[in-house]
Design a protein around this ligand. Structure first.
Ligand SMILES: [Zn+2]
Length: 327
């Protein structure tokens, strides 16, 4: 009989040598990142340095009830959390969410315009219940602004506008190092800047909004073709209108950089960006805004999830600062 504890098989510094899939040592922390759009919900794992380790997604099934839709998201979140521990040996410490708007402040409730069953849906609270982790959430375009300022095309910039030109059009503004919120958290929503005085009716109720003239949905309504099959004219017109709106924001807020992502802008490429820059040059004549640049986002399709991660990391820092202040 072996009575020598030194030879016992559990003396392995916790390494999983028994082949039973027992607890393995954790080598770092990750945040679970969630991006909620009108057509799909993406979930991933991000290190605190901004590296995406894993990702998965589930389509938004518009036939589902509000809670059934949440359950489909919960399933993917659960599976990513399990992969964090079992596959990456990482400990999930928080959840970060970027969600299509409108939202209420800090995204306590969300009402994504293209997810009709979620109206004032308590997404944050539901995720806290589902994961037992702290959950930090914000508007998707604001999350993207954080990501581009942290690791992307606006790195090191104190003030800039980030825009998403996709099915819809959104934006986020960083001014003097602070991401703007506004009263309810929707600041920076450039989609409702008026770009055509007597333009098309916008879903918001107004007329001639950028969203009603240049979003993917608008392009499809105007041309009868999906924005993935654009004509040269439509790429040029879309760029021109986005540049016009960007100029208004640069003039208003003393900005010299606009970074633009989203499937429509990135899909239209150089034609879009050249024409946007031309319109921006044409309309930002006041001295402080002259020379403002409009460029593609640099994080590509990682942007939304890295943005959700940036929201989580900002939330963790704030919570730590508040805890210290209370001591
Ligand atoms: Zn509008």
């Amino acid at each position: 009989m072996s009575a020598d504890p030194a030879s016992a098989p559990d003396d392995t510094d916790g390494l999983d040598l028994d082949g039973e899939g027992g607890p393995r040592p954790v080598i770092g922390d990750v945040v679970v990142v969630v991006d909620i759009g009108g057509t799909k919900m993406a979930v991933g794992l991000m290190t605190l340095q901004g590296e995406l380790l894993d990702r998965d997604q589930v389509p938004v099934d518009h036939r589902l009830s509000a809670d059934a839709l949440f359950n489909s998201l919960h399933t993917v979140v659960n599976s990513q959390m399990a992969r964090a521990r079992d596959h990456h040996r990482m400990r999930p410490i928080a959840v970060g969410v970027g969600c299509a708007g409108p939202i209420s402040l800090h995204a306590e409730t969300v009402s994504p315009i293209n997810i009709h069953v979620w109206r004032d849906y308590p997404l944050r609270e539901r995720l806290v219940g589902a994961t037992s982790l702290p959950v930090y959430a914000d508007l998707d375009a604001k999350a993207l602004a954080l990501a581009e300022g942290w690791l992307g095309g606006a790195q090191g910039k104190e003030s800039f506008l980030a825009m998403v030109v996709g099915t819809g059009i959104g934006g986020g503004i960083v001014l003097n190092g602070q991401l703007l919120n506004g009263a309810e958290g929707n600041a920076g929503h450039v989609g409702h800047i008026i770009v055509e005085a007597n333009g098309r009716r916008c879903p918001c109720g107004s007329k001639g909004c950028l969203e009603a003239e240049a979003s993917g949905a608008a392009i499809e309504a105007i041309t009868g073709r999906p924005p993935s099959e654009p004509t040269y004219e439509i790429m040029q017109r879309t760029g021109k209108l986005v540049g016009r709106a960007a100029a208004s924001v640069c003039n208003l807020l003393d900005l010299d950089l606009v970074v633009v992502g989203g499937s429509v802008a990135l899909g239209f490429g150089a034609t879009f960006f050249n024409s946007a820059q031309e319109a921006l040059d044409e309309h930002s004549k006041i001295a402080y805004a002259r020379g403002a640049r409009i460029t593609p986002v640099r994080l590509g399709d990682r942007g939304p999830l890295v943005g959700a991660g940036a929201v989580a990391i900002r939330g963790l820092h704030r919570a730590r600062r508040e805890a210290r202040a209370k001591k």
